[in-house]
Structure formats: structure tokens, C-alpha cells
Design a protein around this ligand. Structure first.
Ligand code: DGY
Length: 320
């Protein structure tokens, strides 16, 4: 079977894929254009895909030989899953293996913003003679006993909740499309409406799966309902946040700060005014960027390809 993989993945995945029944096709330069990507996919039976090019009706029309898609990500917003399902094409993702790493980044951003860490680092780097011991300037806020609101309590959200409970005994509230009573008990989380989530959260961390209807959901009307000490954390997808409205909400102190591992576009453009704000910390989408998580993703993604090649169901299949 011919399998297209657009970038080298960690060794464990490359080793698994090195089998006589798999003819692995890889570009010499991993930064390929959409058209180049399509022409590679057109030669293959399955793809192990890293990246954001849309896998939708147009893709399936252009690449009729592709009969399985193994994503190297937990997010699958680049895929039209309904269309794949309609055409009988299985699609898999890499759940679980990156939950710890991604929730670490959410936790890190929460702390960095709460203590203005990016701002202070820049001061040092710029050689500014900063008045560290000014008793009233540039103060952060502590998190002990505060309320963490989670938008989208899945695997990553759960890990974030557990960290915040263990470190700071934070109270956990969450809002999901569907309520999870079993989780509420096991991690001591309380389900609230979206409005209550906004009104009560001292830290609001976004962990939901992104879908087009969420585009710009966190906008001016949302920020107006949040607490003035609130920190917004986003490690999910940049599209959740209207960045212009976020900038205004931060400038007018409607909310306190924001920690963003994701943006729209990515990477965030260097002239984005959010980067000038003291209580903003921006990272370039590094949620899963650990040796452990990326190896786990490589193993899962490769095992899904192998399952397809062996005529078995994909192990972490997303299709209903
Ligand atoms: C994921 O796995 O979804 C990460 O955000 C990388 O895209």
C-alpha cells in the first residue's frame, strides 16, 4: 500500500511504518504547497497527515485513491468528518497521548500571565532598570482557592483541572455541550451554564474541539460578562477568540490577562497589538511539543496506518 507522510515523525512511528507492505512516500522538502500536497496524496491509498490543509469534499474529489486518513493531532477541525463518513473513509486522531503536555502549557500560561512573566522577562532582556522592589508596581495575582472555568471538559481539560486542584485547590466549574455527571463526581467539577462560566471564572481555559460554529465565540459580548480579574487561556484553536475584541477587553481592563498557545493566523503576526500588552503571554502552538507526547502521537498515528493496511478498523477512529 502506498502511504503519504508529509513530514518525518519521531522514530518510533517511522520504525513502525518501515514494513514491506507499506510503500512510504515522503516529500524531500516538508514545507509543501497545497497543490504539491494534493499531487502526493493522489498517488496514495492512505495518508498520515501533519498540518492544516483542509481534508474536505474537494480533497476527496481530487484524491479518490485515498481510503484512510491518519491525523497526527488530536484536533480534527481541518477535516470534514461528515463528508469522510459519507464516503466511507475512516479518519483517526491521536487522543490521550498529548493531554498531559497540552495541559502543562495551559497551566504554564495561567501562571505566566498571573505573574506577568513575559513582561518581566522582556524587561530583563531589554536591560530596563526595572524597580523590582516597588511595593505597588507590576504585581501579579495568586491562584490559591480561585475558580477555574473549563470550556470543553475533555481529556486535556481534565488534566488541567487536576493540576489546578493539586497545586492551588482551585474550584472547578465547566461548560460542555453535553454534561458529564460521572466526571463531575470523579474530579469534583460542577457543570454551569456558559453565562455562569463567564461570571464565575477567575481563570477560563478553553479546551473544546473546534468547529466552525465556534468562530469568534469569545468576543466583546463574552468579555463583558467576565470578571475583571479573569485570565483567559487558550490552548485549543485560535478561531475561538476574536482577537480584536480581546485586545479591547484587555486594554479597557474588562478582563485581566490572556495566555494564548494558539492564534488566528498562526503563528501570530509580529505586529499583533496583543504582543505589546503586559498581561499577555503568547506561545507558538507548542501544546504537544514534548518528546513524550510527540512519540505517543507518532506511535498512534502509525498504528492507525498499520491497522488500515491490515484491513482492520483504525484504532482511534473518529467517524461515528
Ligand atoms: C493537536 O494535536 O490538535 C495540536 O493542537 C496540534 O495541532
Amino acid at each position: 500500500m502506498k502511504v503519504f507522510i508529509n513530514k518525518i515523525i519521531p522514530e518510533i512511528g517511522m520504525q513502525l511504518l518501515a514494513r514491506p507492505d507499506i510503500d512510504l512516500i515522503m516529500p524531500e522538502n516538508p514545507e509543501i504547497s497545497y497543490d504539491e500536497w494534493i499531487s502526493y496524496c493522489q498517488q496514495c491509498d492512505a495518508i498520515l497527515n501533519i498540518g492544516a490543509y483542509k481534508i474536505d469534499a474537494k480533497f476527496f474529489d481530487l484524491c479518490p485513491s485515498v481510503k484512510a486518513v491518519s491525523l497526527f493531532s488530536v484536533g480534527y477541525d481541518q477535516v470534514d468528518l461528515a463528508e469522510a463518513t459519507r464516503r466511507g473513509i475512516p479518519v483517526s486522531n491521536t487522543p490521550d497521548v498529548l493531554s498531559r503536555a497540552t495541559s502543562d502549557i495551559a497551566f504554564l500560561l495561567m501562571l505566566m500571565v498571573s505573574r506577568l512573566a513575559s513582561f518581566h522577562t522582556n524587561q530583563v532582556r531589554l536591560g530596563v532598570r526595572f524597580k523590582y522592589f516597588n511595593p505597588v508596581a507590576n504585581l501579579g495575582q495568586e491562584l490559591y482557592g480561585k475558580t477555574l472555568g473549563i470550556f470543553g471538559l475533555g481529556r486535556i481539560g481534565i488534566e488541567m483541572a487536576l493540576k489546578c486542584q493539586a497545586a492551588y485547590q482551585m474550584k472547578i466549574i465547566y461548560h460542555n455541550r453535553n454534561r458529564h455527571p460521572e466526571l463531575e463526581e470523579s474530579i469534583n467539577a460542577t457543570y454551569v451554564s456558559f453565562e455562569e462560566l463567564l461570571a464565575q471564572s477567575d481563570v477560563l481555559s478553553i479546551h473544546a474541539n473546534y468547529a466552525p460554529e465556534y468562530r469568534g465565540k469569545f468576543d466583546a459580548s463574552v468579555f463583558q460578562q467576565m470578571k475583571s480579574n479573569a485570565i483567559l487561556v487558550n490552548t485549543a484553536r485560535g478561531g475561538f477568540i476574536n482577537e480584536d475584541d480581546l485586545y479591547k477587553a484587555l486594554k479597557t481592563e474588562q478582563i485581566w490577562g490572556a495566555g494564548l498557545d494558539v492564534s488566528d493566523p498562526e503563528p501570530m503576526l509580529p505586529d499583533n497589538p496583543l504582543l505589546d500588552l503586559e498581561r499577555v503571554c503568547v506561545l507558538p502552538h507548542i501544546g504537544s511539543a514534548t518528546f513524550e507526547a510527540r512519540s505517543g502521537m507518532a506511535k498512534t498515528a502509525a498504528e492507525n496506518i498499520i491497522a488500515f493496511v491490515e484491513g482492520k478498523p483504525l484504532l482511534t477512529c473518529l467517524n461515528p
